[in-house]
Each structure stands twice: as structure tokens, then as C-alpha cells.
Design a protein around this ligand. Structure first.
Ligand SMILES: Cc1ncc(COP(=O)(O)O)c(C=O)c1O
Length: 454
């Protein structure tokens, strides 16, 4: 006996995970997931790191003094063309001490329980990682975020000029070079000079990138007054962690070195007249960096080849690569990114922690593309969410080329004004950029991106 359809219990259809749904989507038929993950940017060891780490252990120089630290400080200063390099535990530590030092120069030594920037505004890159600008808060200052320009995705000199109109007392600028592409430093330095402001340069992502300053090629990391690089595991060369403060001032190098080793005064006992930190790099970490430095240029060449392969492979789609000015800059191509043309964006929204999109034929969006490449075992990432959009900094000022960037919409008037950073975040994404990715793997990523637009 058969049951009538109306008597049958409703069949519960199992909801597919996003990955399962993508893998079953006919648009992606014929593509196999990568057997081993294709990373965004992972460390690449060459073997020489082992030699210097072993030597540190065998000679018992494993603490924060030793031949590896001396060697990499010398080598980096030489490479960058600056006089002094101070090896620290992280790029974040370098940025903290650089920002504190700039604050002390401007406003004097602070009491032990107060930061050097107390009550002071600092103009900051907006499209960057928060480690660039958190030191302003560590030092009790207030970050004012400067919108981004579309030519290099870095701080807009025009918006910076507007910020000086709004807050003319400001004396410090923190500027980062996003994804290894130098920002418009000549214009930014001119503006800083005109307003008597100091510059902290965050070259964490851009080691090896060059910028033509007043007709002369200069390495990033030698363009501000207080300069920082990072050896974080995802950077162009790594120590597994680590960073450096770079300067042409012996006095500044000595001050940062002192602060980084608990600010000991010259006395037989522990004597302190300044707040100190435990921020110095260990000789073991320095051994890893020492083994990596000979490969910096090779890594840059590999990253450049990846950027160019994406550029060619995606050239038939309505997308652009992260831009740079070839007359004024040579990026290190740390991350390859793409941005979709505005008219091919499918409907998509991002909440605080989740994102949704609706696929439409011929269109796509970063959320869809990132989900698709993740389903096939490759790692991309959204564009760094601008600082002015971060919950923690939502009450901080934000300045665009039009002036104050907050509260610009009006319930009774259409339009809301430009916000370049928010737009790049909305339409852009970071592509798998690992220097160990093979051309064949990259071609599969390119193919997946094409299929997203089917
Ligand atoms: C722009 C930028 N600034 C600062 C940092 C912090 O460097 P670290 O991780 O070495 O502390 C990073 C990355 O980690 C970064 O990408």
C-alpha cells in the first residue's frame, strides 16, 4: 500500500555548509580543492636560519645580546640606507617606542603613569592594521584618521591638509605603506614640514619597497623621522616574530635601545628614571632574521611575479589590481589585491562579524570570492577594515578630502560624501600571495575568480 503524498512526513533537507554549497555549485564543476593549503603569506625558510639559531644556542648567546642581533642591525641599516637599526621583539614594539619618542620630543617627558601624547591628537593612516596606530592610545593620545587616496591606497595628502585646517595644533603623523606599496610621501612630508609636524613611518609591510623622494630613490623605513619594520611570520622576511626601529639619530637609537631593555640608568643596582619595557629582540629570533635577509630580494621578485600573473590573468574581468605609481615607487608586492568595478558588485552587506551576499550572474563581491577560494583550500582576506570603521575607534575623528568625515548623511538630502577607505574595503580583497604558490595553483585561483562572475 502506498501512502498519499499528503500523508508523508516532510523531508528535512540538510542545509549544506557554505563550503559544501560552493563545491556542489555547477559554476565550479571540474575544479578540485588544493590538496595542501595555498596561504595568503606564510614564512619561507631556507635552511640558513638554522645555522645562526644553532650557533646562538651552541655559544650560549640566547638572550637579548649576541652576534645575530649585531649582524642584522648592521645589515638592515645598510640595506635601508639609514644610520641605525634597533632590533625589537615586534613591529608593534617598534611602533610603540617610535610613537612615544616622537611624543616626548614634541611634548616633553611624561609622568610614569601618563603617556607622552596625553590630550594630543595624532593624524593616522586609516587603511592599515591597528598595530600602526594603537600606540597613540598606549600613549594616551587621540588618533584622528585620515582618509585614503585611490592611487596607492595610502594616506591622502589632500585629506591630511584638510585635517590641519580642522586641527591646526596637531604635530604628529603616523603613516603606513599598505600591502608593500609606498604612499605619497613627498606630499605628506611637505605638508608635515609646513606644519612643523613629525612623522612616524610604519614600513612593517613594505620592507624592500622604494620611493622616489625629490628625485632620489629611498627605501621605505627611511622616509619618516621615526621608522619601523616588522619581521612577523607573514612578512616579506621573518624572524618568526620581531621588528626594528630605524633612525639616522644616534641619540634616538640609544634612547629606544634603553627603553626596550627596562630603562636602566647607569648605576650598580636597578635604577630607573624613566618607564621601561621588555621589548628587545632575542639573539635566537635574530638568528632566524639573519638567515632570511639574504633572501629578501628573492622574495620580492617572487611576490612581483605573483602580482603580475594575477594582473594578466584577471585582465579580462571588470577588476583592477592594488595600484601604485611606477614613476614614484617600486613596491615589494607583499600582498596582491584586487578591487571590483562598482557596477559589477552583487548585493552584499557586512555586519560586525558576519557577511552576506546574493549571487547575481555577471557580478560578484569580495565575500563571494573569498568564500569560493576558501572552499578550494586557498586563503585570501578582506581588505584591512579602515580604522575609522572599527568599533573601538568609532568615536574618533575621521577626515576626508571634503573635511570632517563624520555625520555627513542627512535624512532629508540624498548622498553622503566620499569615503575612499570604506569603498576599498567594500569592493576589494587580498588574494593568496604566498611566495611558495606555484603558477599552476595561482592559475586555479584565477579560474575560481572568473567562475564567481559566471
Ligand atoms: C602595517 C602594520 N603595522 C604594524 C604591524 C605589527 O607588526 P608586528 O606583528 O611585528 O608587531 C603589522 C603586522 O603585523 C602591520 O601589517
Amino acid at each position: 500500500m502506498t501512502m498519499s503524498a499528503s500523508n508523508q512526513a516532510p523531508v528535512q533537507k540538510k542545509r549544506l555548509s557554505q563550503r559544501e554549497a560552493i563545491l556542489q555549485d555547477p559554476r565550479f564543476r571540474g575544479i578540485e580543492p588544493f590538496a595542501s593549503k595555498v596561504w595568503l603569506a606564510s614564512p619561507t625558510m631556507h635552511g640558513e636560519e638554522q645555522r645562526w639559531v644553532d650557533e646562538a644556542i651552541q655559544t650560549n648567546w640566547v638572550s637579548t645580546v649576541g652576534a645575530n642581533i649585531d649582524a642584522i642591525e648592521r645589515q638592515i641599516a645598510e640595506y635601508i640606507g639609514c644610520k641605525y637599526a634597533v632590533a625589537l621583539s615586534a613591529g608593534t614594539a617598534a611602533l610603540h617606542l617610535a610613537t612615544k619618542l616622537a611624543g616626548e620630543k614634541l611634548y616633553g617627558q611624561a609622568r610614569p603613569n601618563e603617556g607622552t601624547l596625553q590630550g594630543k591628537r595624532v593624524f593616522c593612516s586609516d587603511c592599515t592594521f591597528d598595530a600602526s596606530i594603537n600606540p597613540v592610545a598606549y600613549e594616551d593620545g587621540e588618533a584622528v584618521f585620515i582618509d585614503t587616496e585611490p592611487d596607492t591606497w595610502n594616506m591622502s595628502p589632500e585629506a591630511l591638509e584638510k585635517a590641519f585646517e580642522l586641527y591646526p595644533d596637531t604635530r604628529l603623523i603616523i603613516v603606513a605603506h599598505l600591502y608593500g606599496t609606498p604612499g605619497k610621501m613627498e606630499e605628506i612630508k611637505d605638508i608635515a614640514d609646513r606644519h612643523g609636524a613629525l612623522i612616524v613611518e610604519d614600513a612593517a609591510e613594505s620592507l624592500g619597497a622604494k620611493y622616489k623622494l625629490r628625485g632620489k630613490w629611498v627605501e621605505t623605513g627611511n622616509l619618516g623621522g621615526f621608522n619601523c619594520i616588522s619581521f612577523n611570520g607573514n612578512k616579506i622576511v621573518t624572524g618568526s616574530s620581531g621588528g626594528m626601529f630605524l633612525t639616522n639619530s644616534l641619540e634616538d637609537a640609544n634612547k629606544v635601545r634603553k627603553w626596550s631593555t627596562q630603562s636602566r640608568e647607569n648605576a650598580p643596582w636597578y635604577q630607573h628614571e624613566e618607564i621601561g619595557y621588555n621589548y628587545r629582540m632575542s639573539n635566537i629570533i635574530a638568528g632566524v632574521v639573519r638567515g632570511q635577509l639574504p633572501y629578501l630580494d628573492e622574495h620580492i621578485a617572487q611576490k612581483k611575479a605573483i602580482y603580475e600573473r594575477y594582473k594578466a590573468g584577471l585582465s579580462d574581468l571588470p577588476v583592477q589590481m592594488n595600484p601604485f605609481d611606477p614613476q614614484k615607487s617600486i613596491p615589494n608586492y607583499w600582498l596582491s589585491c584586487m578591487i571590483l568595478d562598482p557596477d559589477v558588485m552583487c548585493p552584499t552587506v557586512r555586519g560586525e562579524q558576519e557577511a552576506l551576499y546574493v549571487h547575481e550572474s555577471g557580478r560578484s563581491c569580495p565575500t563571494e570570492i573569498l568564500a569560493a577560494i576558501a572552499a578550494f583550500n586557498a586563503e585570501g582576506r578582506p581588505i584591512w577594515k579602515p580604522m575609522h570603521m572599527q568599533p573601538i575607534y568609532r568615536t574618533h575623528a575621521f577626515v576626508t578630502v571634503e573635511g570632517n568625515g563624520r555625520g555627513r548623511s542627512n535624512a532629508y538630502i540624498a548622498g553622503s560624501g566620499a569615503d575612499v577607505g570604506a569603498d576599498i574595503f567594500h569592493r576589494g580583497l587580498c588574494l593568496p600571495s604566498d611566495n611558495k604558490m606555484t603558477p599552476e595553483q595561482q592559475d586555479v585561483v584565477i579560474e575560481i575568480i572568473h567562475r564567481c562572475f559566471d
